[in-house]
Design a protein around this ligand. Structure first.
Ligand code: MN
Length: 296
C-alpha cells in the first residue's frame, strides 16, 4: 500500500508584474515565500493568458544574462522566439517546451515570435527555473528545443492525459535531458477524472493549477487560477479529482542540499560567486547577441 503525500499548503501568486514588455506574469514562487519546500525549483512565472494587439514592434524581454541554473519555458498560447550567445535559437509554439541550461553563463533574449506579434492574439506561457548542483553550475550551456511531437503522453482516462516533459510516469519517460533529477508533467484533466500519480519519495513536489478545480487526496481543494499546492516528501502518491476541466503542471525534484545565493538572473552558492557572475557579465565573458531589429 503506497502512502499518500501530504498536502503542505496551497498558495496563490505573491506578485504580479511584467517581465520586459512581453510577459505579464503572476509569480507563484518564490514571491509567496515558498523556497525550501519547492527546492530544487527556484521560480515559477505564469504569463497571461493575455490578449496582445497586433504590434509594429515585437514585445518581449531583450538581452539579459543567466548563470547557475536552467530556465524551462512551456508554451500554451502564442509563440516565443529565442536567441542566445551560445549560438542557439528557436521558436516555441503551443505544446512545445524550451529547456535552457544556462550553467556557466548565457546571454539571451525572449521575444514574441514575429508572426504572432504582427497578428496579435492570446499569449500564455509558464517559465520555471530549475537549480543546478554546485558540480555543474559552471559547465557548458545547453539548449533543448523540445517540440510537441517529442513529448509522450500517459492516458489518464475520460479523455484526460499527462504529457511527460521530464522524468518518468508509469514507465513513460520525458525527452528533456536533465542534470537535477526532476519530473515535469503537463496535465489536462476533464471534469470527472480521478487519477493517482506516483511521485518519488523524498522529492519536493508541487501541483500547479493554471486553471480549473481539483481535489487533492480527497480533501484539499485547489480552485480558480494560478495556484500551487506543495506536497510533503514522505509517501509516493497524490490523487487528483477534477471537478471542472483543469490544466495543471506537476513538479517533483530531488532537493539540492547546498546554499542558494541569488541575485536577479544569477543563482550560485556563495556571495563571491554572485559578484564574479556580475563581473563576468560586465566583462562580456557570457557573450553578446548580434544586433537585430525587432520592427515588424
Ligand atoms: Mn531569460
Amino acid at each position: 500500500m503506497s502512502e499518500m503525500k501530504k498536502v503542505l499548503g496551497v498558495y496563490g501568486p505573491g506578485s504580479n508584474h511584467w517581465v520586459g514588455d512581453g510577459f505579464p506574469v503572476r509569480n507563484l514562487f518564490p514571491s509567496n515565500g515558498l523556497r525550501d519546500e519547492i527546492n530544487p525549483f527556484l521560480m515559477l512565472d505564469y504569463a497571461g493568458p493575455q490578449y496582445f494587439q497586433p504590434a509594429s514592434q515585437s514585445h518581449g524581454v531583450g538581452e539579459h544574462p543567466h548563470r547557475g541554473f536552467e530556465t524551462v519555458t512551456i508554451a500554451y498560447q502564442g509563440a516565443v522566439e529565442h536567441r542566445d550567445s551560445a549560438g542557439n535559437s528557436g521558436v516555441i509554439y503551443p505544446g512545445d517546451v524550451q529547456w535552457m541550461t544556462a550553467a556557466s553563463g548565457v546571454v539571451h533574449e525572449e521575444m514574441h515570435e514575429k508572426e504572432f506579434a504582427k497578428t496579435g492574439g492570446i499569449f500564455e506561457m509558464v517559465q520555471l527555473w530549475v537549480n543546478l548542483p554546485r558540480a555543474v553550475k559552471m559547465s557548458q550551456p545547453r539548449y533543448q528545443g523540445i517540440s510537441k511531437e517529442q513529448i509522450p503522453s500517459v492516458d489518464l482516462g475520460h479523455g484526460s492525459y499527462a504529457r511527460i516533459i521530464a522524468g518518468e510516469l508509469e514507465g513513460t519517460k520525458g525527452p528533456a535531458l536533465i542534470f537535477t533529477p526532476v519530473d515535469l508533467f503537463d496535465l489536462r484533466l476533464k471534469a470527472g477524472t480521478k487519477a493517482a500519480l506516483h511521485l518519488p519519495e523524498w522529492h519536493n513536489s508541487g501541483v500547479v493549477l493554471l486553471k480549473g478545480d481539483v481535489v487533492l487526496n480527497d480533501v484539499d481543494s485547489i480552485k480558480g487560477e494560478a495556484r500551487i499546492a506543495t506536497l510533503g516528501q514522505e509517501g509516493t502518491l497524490v490523487s487528483l479529482e477534477a471537478k471542472e476541466d483543469s490544466i495543471l503542471l506537476v513538479l517533483s525534484g530531488e532537493p539540492i542540499h547546498e546554499p542558494v545565493f541569488s541575485y536577479g538572473p544569477f543563482v550560485m552558492n556563495t556571495r563571491d560567486e554572485i559578484m564574479q557572475a556580475v563581473q563576468d557579465y560586465h566583462d562580456g565573458k557570457m557573450g553578446h547577441l548580434p544586433q537585430q531589429n525587432h520592427s515588424l
